[in-house]
Design a protein around this ligand. Structure first.
Ligand code: 0RQ
Length: 504
């Protein structure tokens, strides 16, 4: 460990996870590292969960407010949720136990745009941050920190927390050093200045996290891998969605609306996103750039083949096999990958300036192009908005993708009215399902509806959607965005009642 913790004053603060967890008080706001299963603390959350369970058994009612970068892992979110230890969670999560507690009304969940989190803390909107628990790959002789496989909100946690607990995880490759770019030029209004970045791969900061050593109360050694993320081989639907999108991008290049090397790509997480990336490989595009949140297996493959020249993100979330490759060729990847704080990877100013092509998954869209990314039947949270809103509103092109059917065909992902809105029609330009692609740019709501129903809806549901639109055009109070208010959400209601949207 001595070669990973080179700052002498920290040696006396090395302790067990149990001792460190005892320094976290009940009711604390705790900022933990971690972004899509990468770079989260692995030992202190488990020790804290054990402590909470013990104290709660004695009737102490011990819970914390848990803030992170994005989703973490069963050892963090899962462990704390299982002992009923989380009072309030923010921002993005995808843990089954958390999800169940949120949907049972037992855990408060504030679903923020990922680019907003850090600044909300600086603004004081969320209250004081009491403790930071941050995983790092090492500590330099002067006390600066080598970040691990994600940066997320760590810069803000270290800066704002009153107490800091560091987990130094020797499992991370020492070769991560130099891959990060931590920008310290952000400020609060009215003192903000332009962020000096015009290219996705540009480095504008420094490779290390600054940390006031006096605030560090514990240093906990660990040696544990990040959560394993496995990706399914692309299925037929994903491949068709990818094919429609690739045709469209080539069409846009031919029309002169995209340059031959495209524009920087942002890709959401999940199997469809991975399939789109796989589709890009072996295609006509070479030397592309990614400016995104999370690097998945697909992005590494693109870097190796040269389809992608560079990639910027805030986290590396890989399968075990891809992680092996990442560590084995870390010098190759370090030349091509930059990991940044999430307020920079998702910054609206940069997304707008560089003109991103944003491609994200969705749960459902309606005939006018409003998109629901987060809620099932209007009420139950799935994960959260994540970075999709940061990218969709500010991108050059904003694309949302889904298979046209869900739950074995019982659900149409194209509905008369979405049951929850994350991305309004104003932020959605392109919708893609395995059926086809609807290009909504420059279309009025009723023109959009015709495109979406014909191009994206499943043929089983098309007649009912056409019928709804036709009747709305006769019966609505206005003809700009015609709706039948007592019917607009009836498809969801039917699903809740009967288990299927069919039988319209
Ligand atoms: O549930 O597993 O219980 O069957 O939703 O759906 O088809 O596996 O798709 O993994 O791509 O996730 C929007 C959730 C899509 C994701 C969402 C059910 C379906 C399944 C998942 P089951 P799929 P994906 C940057 C971008 C928001 C954050 C974001 C997401 C489950 O993309 O969380 O974009 N996005 N971040 O059965 C009822 C429907 C449904 C439905 C799907 N219409 N009704 N259930 N499902 N459609 C990354 C970050 O921000 C970190």
């Amino acid at each position: 460990l001595a070669d990973r913790v080179q700052y002498p004053a920290f040696h006396s603060r090395i302790m067990s996870a149990d001792e460190a967890a005892a320094l976290i008080p009940a009711g604390a706001h705790v900022g933990m590292s971690g972004f899509t299963g990468a770079g989260y603390p692995k030992a202190v959350p488990a020790a804290l969960a054990a402590r909470i369970e013990r104290l709660n058994r004695e009737g102490h009612g011990f819970r914390i407010g848990l803030w992170t970068g994005a989703s973490t892992a069963p050892e963090l979110d899962g462990a704390l949720a299982r002992v009923d230890g989380i009072d309030m969670r923010l921002p993005y999560q995808s843990d089954p136990t958390c999800r169940a507690q949120i949907n049972a009304g037992q855990m408060q969940y504030v679903d923020l745009h990922l680019s907003h989190v850090a600044q909300y803390v600086w603004f004081g909107f969320l209250g004081a941050l009491d403790v930071a628990v941050v995983e790092v790959a090492g500590v330099l002789p002067d006390g600066r920190l080598i970040p691990a496989s994600s940066v997320g909100n760590n810069k803000t946690w270290l800066d704002q927390a009153q107490k800091i607990i560091l987990e130094v995880n020797t499992w991370h490759s020492p070769g991560l050093e130099g891959m990060h770019d931590i920008y310290y030029g952000t400020d609060r209004p009215p003192h903000r200045v332009p962020i000096p970045m015009t290219e996705p791969h540009q480095r504008i900061g420094e490779p290390y996290l600054r940390c006031d050593p006096d605030k560090v109360v514990a240093v906990v050694p660990t040696h544990q891998p990040d959560r394993n993320t496995t990706y399914a081989a692309p299925d037929a639907n994903s491949q068709q969605i990818a094919a429609h999108l690739l045709d469209f991008l080539q069409h846009e290049v031919r029309r002169g609306r995209l340059p031959p090397g495209l524009l920087p790509l942002q890709s959401g997480v999940g199997n469809i996103a991975n399939a789109v990336l796989a589709g890009l490989d072996g295609g006509p595009f070479k030397g592309l750039a990614a400016y995104t949140e999370v690097l998945q297996d697909g992005m590494l493959a693109l870097l190796r083949s040269g389809t992608l020249a560079t990639a910027s993100a805030t986290a590396v979330s890989l399968s075990p096999e891809a992680m092996e490759d990442f560590n084995a060729r870390i010098d190759f990847y370090r030349e091509r990958i930059v990991l940044r704080p999430q307020e920079i990877s998702n910054h609206p100013e940069l997304i707008r300036r560089m003109g991103l092509i944003a491609m994200n998954g969705m749960i459902e869209a309606d005939i006018y192009g409003n998109v629901n990314s987060t809620h099932i039947m209007g009420s139950a949270i799935m994960n959260g908005i994540g970075g999709s809103g940061d990218f969709a509103r500010n991108a050059y092109l904003s694309v949302f993708m889904t298979p046209s059917l869900a739950k074995g065909g019982a659900i149409s992902c194209i509905v008369p009215m979405v049951s929850h809105v994350d991305h309004t029609e104003h932020d959605v330009q392109i919708l893609v399902t395995e059926q086809g692609l609807a290009d909504l740019r420059g279309l009025s709501p009723t023109q959009r509806a015709a495109q979406i129903i014909e191009r994206c809806a499943h043929p089983d549901f098309r007649p009912a959607l056409h019928d709804y639109l036709a009747r709305a055009r006769r019966g609505a109070v206005g003809q700009h965005t015609p709706h039948l208010l007592d019917e607009a959400l009836s498809w969801h209601q039917r699903f809740v009642r009967t288990g299927s949207m069919r039988g319209v």
